[in-house]
Design a protein around this ligand. Structure first.
Ligand code: GTP
Ligand code: MG
Length: 529
C-alpha cells in the first residue's frame, strides 16, 4: 500500500463524503474498489470462507474513515469471517490527506485467547512493515495449529450450552454429557461454551454477540461444527447456519446420529431412519445459501425453483415416513407373535432398564455369562437382546437388555423406538440399573422414571439396582443403596448377585405375582426359539 494510493483514497473520500475501500491481492493489485457511505462499507460477495479452512484469503481490505473512528466491530468480523489477510483503516483528514492508520490481523491460537492483533500507525508513511512475510508466517502458524489438533478424521466441534434462569452448574454438567455424546458420535470437542441468559433468543437461541464470538472462535480453532445442548427450532437452526456458515447440530440430532451409527438390526436401522426423517422434514428449506456472504443479506434468489424442489423433498420425506412406519409395524407384529409364544410357555420376563452407560449390558452378561456388547460409550445397546437366566430352585426367566435412556430423550426417537420399547410392557419385573458412582445419579434415576411413566410402565414391579459398587469411594459406604431401597451390585466383581436374584425371585414368585410366573414355577420350561 503506497502512500500515493492511500492519498488517492482519502482525497476521493473527502470529496464524496463516503468511505472508499479497496481489496488488494498479495501482489498489491487492486481487485475490488468499494464505495460506501459516510459510516460504513458493504463488501462485495467474495464468498464466505469454508468451515475449517486454515488458509487466508490472500486479500487485504484497506478503507478510509471520515470521522476519526477506529476499526469497527464489522471490520473485525469481516477480517475473521472472510479470512482476510488483514484490514486497515486510514483516516481521511479534513484537507483530504491521509492521517493515522490502524491495522488488524488474525492471530493463531494463543494462551491469552486473543483473536486478532491491532496495531496503530501515526501516519501512512510509517506503514513500512513487511506484511508479506508476516502474513505468510501467520498462515503457517494457523495451518500448524490445525494440523496438531487433528487426531483421526472426526469432525471438530464447539459445544454450546445455555442456562436460562438456572445456574452455571446445571448447564455445565449437561454440557459434560453432551461432550460424551459427541465423543461417542466420533466428534472431537475443541471447546465448550456456556451462556447464561434470562430467556432464549427467539432467533438465535443464544445472544447474537455470543454467536459472533463463537464463529470467530471456530475460525481460530479450525472447528467445522457447532453443537447446541438445547434443541433448536427449525427456524433457529436455519438462522444460525446462515449467520455462521458452519454446520449446526443440536442435541437431538447428535443422539440420532449416534443411533444411526450404531443401529445393527434391520428394525433398528428402520427406526433410526424414521426418527431422522421425522426430525429433518420441518427443517428442509429452500436455498441453503452457504455461499452467500453475510453482507449480501441472503434471501435473494432463494425462492423460485428452489421452492418447487423443496416441495418435492418434503413429499418424498412424507412418503418415506409412511413406508418406514409400515415396515416397522410389520416387524413389530411378528415380534408380538414371538412374544405371545413366550407368554404361552409361561416364562416370566425381566427387563433391564436404565440410563445409558449404567452397566445394563455388563450386568446381563455377568448374570447370564454371555457376551452382549458392552462398552464405555453411550448407547452401546440399541437392539433388545434376550437371554435365559437361571434362578435357584430350577426356576428360569427371560432377561432382556434394552436401549439406554437419557434425559430429554428425543421425542421422535421414543416414537420410533416404541415398537422396541413395547417389549417392556410384557415385563413382569423391571431391573432399573443405576451407575451408583455417577455424580448425576439422582437426575438419571428421575429421568428414567419419567420415561418409564411416559411409556405407561409406572405400575410394573421394579427393583432398583445400584451398580458399579466397586467404583464407590470407601467413605461413600453403600452409596445410599439402603435408604433408596436398592440392591448394591457390581457387574465386574459380581458383588450383590445373590441378593439381586433373591429379591427378584421373591418379587416374581411371591403371592400375587404374575400368573405366568406361578405357572412356570412347576417343571422345566420349554426351550425358547
Ligand atoms: N467399574 C465398573 N464398571 C462397570 C460396571 N458395570 C459396567 N461397567 C462399565 O460401564 C461401561 C458401560 O457398560 P455397558 O454395560 O455397556 O452399559 P449399558 O448400560 O449397557 O450402556 P448402553 O447400552 O450404552 O445404554 C462399560 O465400560 C462397563 O465396563 C461395574 O459394576 N463396575
Ligand atoms: Mg448396553
Amino acid at each position: 500500500m503506497s502512500p500515493e494510493l492511500a492519498r488517492h483514497l482519502t482525497e476521493i473520500s473527502r470529496e464524496t463524503g463516503r468511505q472508499i475501500g479497496v481489496l488488494l491481492t498479495r501482489k498489491g493489485e487492486v481487485e475490488h474498489v468499494i464505495v460506501g457511505d459516510a459510516h460504513k462499507l458493504l463488501l462485495p460477495d467474495v464468498g464466505r470462507a469454508r468451515a475449517g479452512q486454515v488458509r487466508l484469503r490472500g486479500l487485504r481490505l484497506v478503507h478510509t474513515h471520515l470521522r476519526g473512528e477506529t476499526l469497527t466491530k464489522d471490520d473485525l468480523t469481516d477480517l475473521a469471517l472472510l479470512r482476510l489477510d488483514l484490514v486497515c483503516e486510514i483516516q481521511a483528514l479534513d484537507n483530504g490527506l491521509p492521517g493515522a492508520a490502524q491495522v488488524a490481523h488474525l492471530l493463531p491460537e494463543n494462551p491469552e485467547g486473543e483473536l486478532w492483533r491491532i496495531t496503530d500507525y501515526p501516519s501512512v508513511h510509517e506503514l513500512d512493515f513487511d506484511f508479506g512475510a508476516e502474513i505468510r508466517a501467520l498462515e503457517e502458524q494457523l495451518a500448524g495449529a490445525a494440523r496438531a489438533r487433528v487426531v483421526g478424521d472426526g469432525e471438530k466441534a464447539i459445544l454450546v450450552g445455555l442456562s436460562v434462569g438456572r445456574g452455571r452448574a446445571t448447564a455445565e454438567s449437561s454440557l459434560a454429557e453432551l461432550a460424551e455424546l459427541a465423543n461417542t458420535a466420533g466428534v472431537q470437542v475443541l471447546e465448550s461454551i456456556v451462556q447464561l441468559r434470562r430467556e432464549h433468543d427467539p432467533k438465535y437461541l443464544i445472544g447474537k454477540g455470543k454467536l459472533e464470538e463463537i464463529v470467530l472462535k471456530s475460525m481460530q480453532l479450525g472447528a467445522d461444527l457447532i453443537v447446541f445442548d438445547k434443541d433448536l427450532s427449525p427456524s433457529q437452526a436455519r438462522h444460525i447456519a446462515k449467520e455462521t456458515s458452519l454446520k449446526v447440530l443440536d442435541r437431538t440430532q447428535l443422539i440420532l446420529d449416534i443411533f444411526a451409527q450404531r443401529a445393527q438390526s434391520a428394525e433398528g436401522k428402520l427406526q433410526v431412519e424414521l426418527a431422522q426423517t421425522r426430525y429433518l422434514m420441518p427443517r428442509l428449506t429452500a436455498g441453503t445459501d452457504a455461499g452467500l456472504s453475510r453482507l449480501m443479506g441472503g434471501g435473494v434468489g432463494g425462492r423460485g425453483p428452489g421452492e418447487t424442489k423443496l416441495e418435492m423433498d418434503r413429499r418424498r420425506a412424507r412418503d418415506r415416513i409412511t413406508f418406514l412406519e409400515k415396515k416397522i409395524e410389520a416387524l413389530s407384529s411378528s415380534r408380538a407373535v414371538r412374544r405371545k409364544e413366550r407368554n404361552r410357555r409361561g416364562i416370566p420376563v425381566v427387563s433391564i432398564v436404565g440410563y445409558t452407560n449404567a452397566g445394563k449390558s455388563t450386568l446381563l452378561n455377568a448374570l447370564t455369562r454371555s457376551e452382549v456388547l458392552a462398552e464405555d460409550k453411550l448407547f452401546a445397546t440399541l437392539d433388545p437382546t434376550s437371554r435365559r437366566l437361571r434362578f435357584p430352585r430350577d426356576r428360569e426367566v427371560i432377561i432382556t437388555d434394552t436401549v439406554g435412556f437419557i434425559r430429554d430423550l428425543p421425542k421422535d426417537l421414543v416414537a420410533a423406538f416404541r415398537a422396541t420399547l413395547e417389549e417392556l410392557e410384557d415385563a413382569d419385573l423391571l431391573l432399573h440399573v443405576v451407575d451408583v458412582a455417577d455424580p448425576e445419579r439422582d437426575e438419571h434415576i428421575a429421568a428414567v422414571d419419567r420415561i418409564l411413566e411416559s411409556l405407561g410402565l409406572a405400575q410394573t414391579p421394579k427393583l432398583l439396582v445400584f451398580n458399579k459398587a466397586d467404583k464407590l469411594a470407601p467413605e461413600a459406604k453403600d452409596g445410599g443403596a439402603k435408604v433408596n431401597d436398592a440392591i448394591l451390585t457390581s457387574a465386574i466383581t459380581r458383588r450383590g448377585f445373590d441378593d439381586l436374584l433373591e429379591k427378584a425371585d421373591a418379587l416374581l414368585w411371591s403371592e400375587g405375582a404374575t400368573s405366568r410366573a406361578s405357572a412356570a414355577s412347576g417343571g422345566l420350561p420349554a426351550r425358547i426359539g
